[in-house]
Design a protein around this ligand. Sequence first.
Ligand SMILES: Cc1cc2nc3c(=O)[nH]c(=O)nc-3n(C[C@H](O)[C@H](O)[C@H](O)COP(=O)(O)OP(=O)(O)OC[C@H]3O[C@@H](n4cnc5c(N)ncnc54)[C@H](O)[C@@H]3O)c2cc1C
Length: 394
Amino acid sequence: MSVSFWQDSGSSNRIQKDIVIIGGGLAGLSTAYWLQQEDPTLEIALVEKYEIGDGASGRNAGFITCGSVEHFNRLVEKHGREEAALIWGFSETNLNLLKEHIIKGSEDELLFEHNGSFSLASTDTEFKELTEASNLMKSFDINVEKVDEEDIKKRLGAEGFVGGIKYIDDATVNPLKMLRMMRTKIEQHEKNHIEFFENHEVSRIETENGNKVVHTKKNRIEAPIVVYATNGYSPLLDDFFKDKIFPTRGQILMTEKVPPFMEAACYANFVLDYFRQLPTGELLIGGFRQLQKDVETGYSDQTTETIQKALEEFLQTHIPPVRPASITHRWSGIMGFSVDGQPMVGALPTDPQLYFVGGFTAHGVGLAFNAGKTLVDAMFDRPVPAWISAKRLA
Ligand SMILES: Cc1cc2nc3c(=O)[nH]c(=O)nc-3n(C[C@H](O)[C@H](O)[C@H](O)COP(=O)(O)OP(=O)(O)OC[C@H]3O[C@@H](n4cnc5c(N)ncnc54)[C@H](O)[C@@H]3O)c2cc1C
């Protein structure tokens, strides 16, 4: 939202901090969490336009997936064996860190399930590629299992798929509850110096006497360092992101509860579409933005008839156990797709006082906690892997 002169002149309340983090999603809170672990005396403001989790982090499907947004063979083709192993390992570490620091002891409350996930092929061409990916993954000691049409019917209740593979180590969660748990852990730290400013939209950032000045309608918050954890919204705040981070919409629908029938969550159609049954019985299905790529961009989080209809048709065609179930929720959210599909972490090449963590390209639940940790490495001059470093986009 733009801010008028009349509204802006209200922001005279001055606050001084060591670091301002903009964005109350997984990226912002993960960064806050790891900064607190690094140095709990740091005075940090976390500034969120709405409430914590109102962005993509509270609207996603809750897959904690290892790897990347494409089949593993393509990751190897693009990055080579060595870097592909690093990228995969990064997301495995993300899950292990989440389990150890946030989820442990609250698995049931967070609806956390460590049951793996499937990638399903509806054509022989994709199954051939998945088979190639699976063989390659085995050569990297990644835990993977190949399944056929009958397995898919029996174990997932799904029809119309010729085969697939199971990533044994993936997990699922209620992403909003996990984010709120992260906030609780931060606030319960015995030396907490992190202050949350919800319902504070940042309108602009200026430089004054070596400090950054972050303007909201209610406050001006000054700090030597600012972190953008603003996902697909980043180009609205800083032109640097205009050709690097692209706002992209994702849509979901959810059915009423049905008796449990799925062994684990599933991707289909080259990881573009996905469905999972919650431990409480509801079935969630999302994807299909490929049908209207030109429409599924920008900042509106409305649902559209075309995509929602495609989701319903998929459900009727492929998932018999939920055919009679009524639909209870439809929603969408805005993601930040990066120019090369990998996240971007570190100081902006244009300004060493501005940092960024984001560009998760539909994959932030599987990446953001470790990305926040990596950002703290960058801030404390420890090395950051080249494939994820913001420096690569200079
Ligand atoms: C429908 C859908 C399904 C998805 N499914 C999955 C999945 O199953 N697994 C997975 O790994 N990933 C999934 N994702 C992607 C995942 O949700 C994101 O990658 C992740 O949540 C990004 O976290 P973030 O903190 O960078 O962004 P966000 O959660 O969007 O947080 C950014 C925050 O910045 C705030 N903000 C923006 N501008 C300003 C401003 N000017 N002032 C103050 N605050 C501002 C926003 O309000 C927002 O809360 C999905 C996304 C969507 C939309």
